[in-house]
Design a protein around this ligand. Structure first.
Ligand SMILES: Cc1ncc(C[n+]2csc(CCOP(=O)(O)OP(=O)(O)O)c2C)c(N)n1
Ligand SMILES: [Mg+2]
Length: 336
């Protein structure tokens, strides 16, 4: 069989490649900064970093259009940045400050943006999957052609509610892309120890849902698969499953001692498969960008991230009265 990696030139412009490089780097540097602030005691509670998985959201956002929706788990900072949410608001939510997306009352796992159609941030494993099908139901009901990206992990993919969602989604032909971010671990449990059918996307066959496995360290492969899935949903053909093979470099959360895998395993991934390095090398070898161009992007990102950290440190703590607000809905929104 021919090798999966093709040597032909990618069908993508220099500007697009630079944008993917920039967007992935923003997530990486933002997460590194969040890790530092956590270490300094400025961020409390749970904090799950997305480092290593950047190509998944950046590739899929490249396939999305205005008005499309997204919903994910607690490993959510990358998704927020990739859909255009403000880094200042995300970082300030991590530090629990007034300027945060949930006014400092939600933290890492509980942020939302109506403007960017980002529906969270969910701490209960798998809970976002039926919710994502419900978002797609609302679009189908309204008769528009929006698509919902519903992200979940390999661990969540073993839950019953995922299969109930698959069943309803195909039955009602809902425009939902089920995105399994298979980073090979659910906390400390490797997929090798948790499933008898490791090809997660194939499980859709039981419900008639098509899908495919995608190289999640290659942003161009993710984008291409995303476009195919989006076209399927927009054409009214119902749901689609993308199992995106990826890898997280850091622990499950900031409190993970990571005793379940070797340092060598992580280092090998970083050295051989890093999604940002792959695009960097495409840009340089294809002469789409010079070292100086990339340095300028690095500087731009560093400035954005530093500014977000500064904002997150200086924004005030929420006022005590805020404890009593945002608890109950005061009005029912007519249009999502
Ligand atoms: C219903 C429920 N069960 C257990 C937990 C504890 N828990 C948090 S994350 C996690 C692992 C999920 O792994 P996966 O779906 O692969 O996502 P990843 O963390 O790798 O992104 C578990 C068991 C939880 N939050 N909710
Ligand atoms: Mg996982």
């Amino acid at each position: 069989m021919a090798p999966r990696k093709s040597t032909k030139k990618p069908n993508v412009s220099a500007e697009e490649l630079k944008a993917y490089y920039r967007d992935m780097l923003l997530i990486r540097r933002f997460e590194e900064k969040a890790g530092q602030l956590y270490g300094m005691g400025l961020i409390g509670g749970f904090c799950h970093l997305y480092i290593g998985q950047e190509a998944v959201v950046v590739g899929l956002e490249a396939a999305a259009e205005e008005g499309d929706k997204r919903i994910t788990s607690y490993r959510d900072h990358g998704h927020m940045l990739a859909c255009g949410m403000d880094p200042n608001g995300v970082m300030a939510e991590l530090t629990g400050r007034e300027g945060g997306y949930s006014k400092g009352k939600g933290g890492s796992m509980h942020m939302f943006s109506k403007e960017k159609h980002f529906y969270g941030g969910h701490g209960i494993v798998g809970a976002q999957v039926p919710l994502g099908a419900g978002l797609a139901f609302s679009d189908k009901y309204k008769g528009n052609d929006r698509v919902t990206f519903t992200y979940f992990g390999d661990g969540a993919a073993n839950q019953g509610q995922v299969y109930e969602s698959y069943n309803m989604a195909e039955l009602w032909m809902l425009p939902v892309i089920f995105v399994i971010e298979n980073n090979q671990y659910a906390m400390g449990t490797s997929t090798k120890r948790s499933t008898m059918s490791p090809s997660y996307w194939e499980r859709g066959a039981a419900y008639g849902i098509p899908g495919e496995e995608v190289d999640g360290m290659d942003v161009l492969a993710v984008k291409e698969a995303g476009q195919k899935a989006v076209a399927h949903c927009r054409a009214g053909k119902g749901p689609y499953i993308l199992e995106i093979k990826t890898y997280r470099y850091r622990g499950h959360s900031m409190s993970d001692p990571a005793k379940y895998r070797t340092r060598e395993e992580v280092q090998k991934m970083r050295d051989e498969r890093d999604p940002i390095e792959q695009v960097r090398s495409l840009l340089l070898t294809g002469k789409h960008a010079s070292e100086d161009d990339l340095k300028a992007i690095d500087k731009e990102i560093k400035d954005i991230v530093n500014e977000s950290a500064e904002f997150a440190k200086t924004s005030p703590e929420p006022a005590v009265e805020e404890l009593w607000t945002d608890i109950y809905a005061t009005e029912v929104p007519q249009e999502a």
